[in-house]
Design a protein around this ligand. Structure first.
Ligand SMILES: [Zn+2]
Length: 292
């Protein structure tokens, strides 16, 4: 959660037979030969740099729509089948959210074992990040940290399909909405937000809209979860076309797009909250672990 870098994005997919091959540390550009319409863009400099930072022997697994890079001595290597299955599901989930039938640009997933390795690769201790410009997602995966595929793939796909987001609230809200997982909570976007709201821990909507970064630096977990609630409300009640316009135009066009004001949105959200049942939330644990 304290994870994501603003203008980065990523992807995943698939079902085809998995080829595992090893390669040297100079990254090679996979050709798009046998994959009908999926074109794998050339590795960017940044992509090569991150692949080269993978410790030990670098392996790759090619799927239909993405290629995973990881170390031969990594947690990913030991759990490869599981990893690919959740990556495939994540791709499907994000395609479902964005209603994408066809995504023809191949992308790259780089798996690291720890936040230390992430720091070595990119200079930040994120759990995951995505870069739309590099068609790339980078993830930590180990016993304690699950790869945030759905979250980061939302960033990657939405960037490529909807364009550059005008609002971080929507970008992170959509990513959290797509992920929809947080520790062991069922329907975490409802349950945890209800708790936060009732405890007066929510940020003012105006702050989240106009100054997302300062809210996130104060408490990223709250800023992200609250954004997911707002994204879900707008998306599920008013549909995809409107949210796409908001994505591009930003909240200054909110009233024009939705036909009601931000204060009205606030009061709709309060009403929505009243319909959600109170459930126990272990806040201390959440603050310690984030969404797992
Ligand atoms: Zn994010």
């Amino acid at each position: 959660m304290n994870s994501i870098k603003t203008k980065l994005l990523l992807i995943l997919l698939p079902f085809l037979l998995l080829n595992c091959t090893e390669q040297n540390k100079t990254s090679q550009i996979p050709s798009s030969e046998n994959n009908s319409r999926i074109v794998f863009p050339e590795h960017t400099k940044f992509c090569k740099h991150v692949i080269n930072s993978i410790p030990g022997k670098v392996k790759m697994s090619k799927r239909k729509e993405y290629i995973v890079y990881y170390s031969g001595e990594s947690y990913t290597e030991q759990n490869l089948e599981y990893l690919l299955s959740i990556a495939d599901s994540a791709v499907q989930r994000v395609k479902d959210v964005l209603n994408i039938d066809d995504y023809s640009k191949g992308f790259y997933l780089i798996m690291l074992d720890s936040r230390d390795e992430m720091e070595q690769a990119i200079g930040e201790r994120y759990k995951g990040l995505a870069s739309g410009n590099n068609n790339l997602g980078i993830f930590v995966f180990n016993q304690e940290i699950r790869p945030y595929f759905k979250h980061e793939l939302f960033h990657l796909f939405a960037f490529n399909v909807w364009g550059e987001p005008a609002s971080r609230l929507l970008d992170e809200g959509g990513a959290m909405y797509s992920d929809n997982e947080c520790l062991y909570y069922k329907d975490p976007i409802s349950t945890i937000n209800k708790y936060l709201y009732a405890q007066g821990k929510w940020f003012d909507l105006d702050i989240l809209i106009n100054n997302f970064n300062s809210a996130a630096s104060e408490n990223d977990l709250i800023a992200y979860l609250e954004s997911a609630f707002i994204f879900r409300f707008l998306f599920e009640k008013f549909g995809m076309e409107k949210i796409k316009k908001l994505w591009v135009g930003g909240f200054q066009q909110f009233e024009e797009i939705y036909g009601f004001s931000i204060p009205q949105l606030n009061s709709y959200i309060s009403k929505e909250m009243k319909n959600i049942e109170n459930q126990e939330v272990n806040w201390e644990e959440l603050m310690n672990k984030g969404c797992g």
